[in-house]
Design a protein around this ligand. Structure first.
Ligand code: ITT
Length: 368
């Protein structure tokens, strides 16, 4: 597998290669593509700029791409230089020019007010047919600006940035040390997980089958199963996850012992009631269960020799899984039909139904 780094900054390339080098993917840069266009970074946030760069790279090369947009945000300067970090002192400013400008703006500012944050946003884009799917991750490193540049290592603002908990600047520590705590390393570690999943997915075609509660997903899933296609049902996996002792312990701690019955088994019905009546609790429940369900789905997915796999899950978009899908099918039906089915299938009262219908993404948004 190949990954194109959509950056022209050799210092970034060095850091990225060091963190992702052992993934077993071939890392390409603009040097492998002589005609690689110069990308205009005219977004208004790091996220927009990172996405812009990765998208352009994928469009140009037709390959999986990764772009990093990063910057230093100084509290005293209202978050500047931020997205203007590389051109803080002017269009073709050198690292030294930028550092000089920063230190002069912070002249006589006392230490407690020199708080600074390094932020790195990484965008990964993958081509799927004629479309480009994207995913964004972020990493931050808190610290402060020094009064003088210190150290010869690193690049950019490294000589004037001292991370929290260290008495040295980024330029005074080896790259291996910087790569344990830096904004880029933190974002790259999240990116690494995503890349690992793409590697595991290989040439399998993943079809996401989604839709809100009681719209008819399972009926569609059953068709695929009948046709001999491997179907993974997130709901079934969720039920199995709920049987795990560690999960039960975590849930009773988060939601109270009353969700376990006298046999100490989770009562799904009760969990559903608790979760759908309270948005914060639902969020907490999802944060606990989603990673475990995802892990199990990937285990099954990569375990067999399947060419096509259908993943039936209500929250494909909400959980950000759409990035990995090659096709997504949204099952929907009329609101009346949905209500009728919810009433029949669950024991919820009419007062509880609005909660369950308040899905994070509406049916219309999913279809769109
Ligand atoms: P590309 O757009 O080609 O990736 P760039 O250098 O223009 O390269 P950015 O727009 O993301 O990249 O600007 C980031 C600037 O922020 C960079 O030039 C440095 O001055 C600074 N910076 C980012 N990460 C840094 C780090 O780890 N250490 C020091 N300075 C950093």
């Amino acid at each position: 597998m190949e990954l194109v780094l959509a950056t022209r900054n050799p210092d970034k390339i060095r850091e990225i290669k060091k963190v992702l080098g052992d993934l077993g993917i071939e890392i390409l840069t603009f040097e492998d593509f002589p005609q690689f266009p110069k990308i205009k970074e005219d977004g208004s946030t790091l996220r927009e700029n990172a996405l812009l760069k990765a998208k352009e790279a994928t469009k140009f090369t037709g390959k999986l791409s990764l772009a990093d947009d990063s910057g230093l945000e100084v509290e005293w300067l209202g978050g500047a230089p931020g997205i203007y970090s590389s051109r803080f002192a002017g269009e073709n400013a050198s690292y030294e020019d930028n550092n000089r400008k920063l230190l002069s703006l912070l002249k006589n500012v006392p230490e407690p007010k020199r708080k600074a944050t390094f932020r790195c946003v990484i965008a990964i884009c993958r081509p799927v047919g004629s479309r480009i799917k994207d995913k964004l991750v972020e990493g931050v490193c808190q610290g402060k600006s020094t009064t003088h540049p210190r150290g010869k290592g690193g690049f950019g603002y490294d000589p004037v940035f001292q991370p929290e908990g260290l008495d040295k600047t980024f330029a005074e520590i080896p790259l291996e040390e910087k790569n344990k705590i830096s904004h880029r390393a933190r974002a790259l570690n999240k990116a690494r997980e995503i890349l690992q999943q793409i590697i595991k997915k290989k040439n399998k075609i993943l079809i996401g089958l989604t839709g809100n509660i009681c719209t008819g997903k399972s009926t569609v899933a059953d068709y695929y199963e009948k046709w001999g296609v491997k179907v993974i049902k997130a709901d079934e996996i969720g039920h199995k996850v709920l049987e795990r002792e560690d999960v039960k312990a975590a849930l009773s701690q988060a939601f109270g012992k009353e969700i376990l019955n006298f046999q100490d088994r989770i009562l799904r019905e009760r969990i559903r009631k608790v979760a759908f009546s309270d948005h914060d609790k639902l969020k907490k429940l999802n944060a606990l269960l989603h990673p475990l369900i995802k892990e199990e789905i990937w285990r099954i997915l990569t375990g067999g020799n399947y060419k096509i796999v259908v993943i039936e899950a209500a929250l494909i978009f909400e959980a950000g899984w759409d990035f990995f899908m090659d096709k997504i099918i949204v099952v929907y039906c009329s609101r009346e039909k949905q209500l009728e089915r919810i009433k029949k299938k669950t024991n919820l009262s009419f007062e509880e139904i609005p909660g369950i219908l308040r899905a994070p993404l509406s049916q219309e948004e999913k279809i769109k």
